[in-house]
Design a protein around this ligand. Structure first.
Ligand code: FAD
Ligand code: EPU
Length: 355
């Protein structure tokens, strides 16, 4: 009998190499998902390079399913995972080129996103300061094209490097091949579970154009005499802390749903009925409605539902008050979605990846 959560050392042989990689068995994922759901992985490994990923998959993918996890800040587990969870720990920040205008830098998938933002700001490199304090690993940033405070990561991504999980060969896509959109990319659609992102190449700027137009960002920046990279980063952090719960205190995955993008004709009809509905133009025909507003109108803001609930400062954030199961969170999400649909005729789409 193997001990629960005790690392076991499997000798893994493959055509690529013979190696020893620590693989944990029956491993709790509670510390690996920011919703804090208690589920177990049958096997869990943190490969440190492409070779180790190959070794692990080449041997094991025929026998059981596998999934990839970064920092688990956009995942809702509803049950144990009876397979191999791969948590890539490929690290490193490498400057590829640097001139008077820009700096091109390659970042390993396992680097924490906000550590990278901090590094960029400290080195006077602009482009990602508005994306301060977003949880997760750098390798996950292209997957849903992370965005906040008027910026999306697609604006600075040059190329995404990955391992094709069918051939176990490295490949890469340029920015224009990634099909980036609002909270989506080719990695969340066609290539979902078919690649492991190994590193991302960013182009950052020595003389960035600051973007402080979102909400009260400009006012917050002015409090400390900005704008510059540091004041923008600090202002974003301060606004985020005032609205979003710290996952270390209350488990959450940020926005549970995407903001729905709807037809302008439908939005105008809703406006006749609900004159305070916020509407943001996306194109001539489409507008974005804040899901937080829709959820709040349905009376969910601050409500508790068993061990789960809706954050009292941001209705788009579902919270685990301690011991909620994944099913409880999902149950609450479905109730919210149903009530938004019956009141507004808009179907909310989850942003979070449900496993
Ligand atoms: P995970 O949750 O571990 O994984 C997400 C998905 O990507 C899964 O399907 C997983 O299988 C896959 N995946 C992970 N790593 C890899 C890889 N190397 N290769 C291939 N597939 C992989 N998001 C925003 O866009 N804007 C925000 O402002 C924002 N605020 C947040 C605030 C809070 C408090 C929290 C908890 C979350 C927030 N998020 C936000 C969501 C989240 O931070 C991002 O989606 C983040 O990029 C997820 O990174 P992760 O490493 O935790 O990914
Ligand atoms: N609103 C309400 N009630 C609420 C929450 C929001 O009425 O409880 C309305 C208000 O009108 C407010 C508007 O929604 O002005 C926008 O709210 P906020 O600025 O908080 O942003 P959001 O649309 O709710 C989005 C992203 C966040 C990102 C922020 C800041 C999505 C799904 N969410 O939230 O991203 O940090 O903007 O840019 O697009 C995430 O993806 O996990 C995430 C946290």
């Amino acid at each position: 009998m193997k001990n629960k959560n005790k690392p076991i050392w499997l000798s893994l042989h493959s055509e690529y190499s013979i190696n020893m990689i620590p693989v944990k068995e029956n491993y709790s994922l509670k510390q690996h998902n920011t919703l804090g759901i208690e589920v177990k992985a049958r096997y869990f490994a943190s490969p440190r390079n492409i070779q180790e990923i190959r070794v692990l998959l080449d041997n094991n993918r025929k026998f059981f399913p596998f999934m990839i996890i970064g920092e688990g800040s956009n995942i809702l587990f509803t049950k144990d995972f009876n397979g191999l969870v791969l948590h890539p720990a490929i690290m490193g920040v490498k400057i590829i080129s640097n001139n008077s205008e820009s700096c091109v830098v390659e970042v390993g998938t396992g680097e924490n996103w906000d550590d990278f933002v901090k590094w960029a700001v400290e080195n006077n490199l602009g482009g990602i300061e508005n994306l301060s304090l977003i949880p997760g690993s750098t390798g996950s940033s292209p997957i849903q094209n992370i965005g906040a405070y008027g910026t999306e990561v697609k604006e600075v991504i040059e190329r995404v490097n990955f391992l094709d999980l069918e051939t176990l060969k490295p490949a890469s896509l340029s920015n224009s091949e990634c099909s980036f959109g609002y909270r989506t990319s080719i990695f969340k659609t066609r290539l979902k579970n078919r690649v492991i992102i190994t590193s991302v190449i960013f182009k950052l700027h020595h003389n960035p154009v600051f973007n402080t137009t979102y909400g009260n960002l400009q006012a917050e920046v002015e409090k400390t005499g900005g704008p510059d990279l540091k004041t923008i980063r600090n202002a974003v952090i301060s606004i985020r802390k005032s609205k979003l719960p710290d996952p270390k205190i209350f488990g959450n995955a940020g926005s549970f749903f995407k903001n729905p993008v709807i037809d302008v004709v439908k939005a105008n009809k809703l406006k006749e009925q609900y004159d305070s509905i916020p509407v943001y133009p996306v194109s001539e025909e489409r507008v974005k409605i804040p899901a937080g507003w829709l959820i709040e109108q349905c009376g969910w803001k601050g409500k508790k539902w068993g061990n789960a609930g809706v954050h009292d400062k941001q209705a788009l954030v579902l919270v685990n008050y301690g011991s909620a199961s994944g099913e409880e969170i999902l149950d609450l999400a479905m109730k919210i979605s149903d009530s938004v649909f019956s009141m507004f005729g808009i179907r909310l789409e989850p942003e979070v990846n449900i496993i």
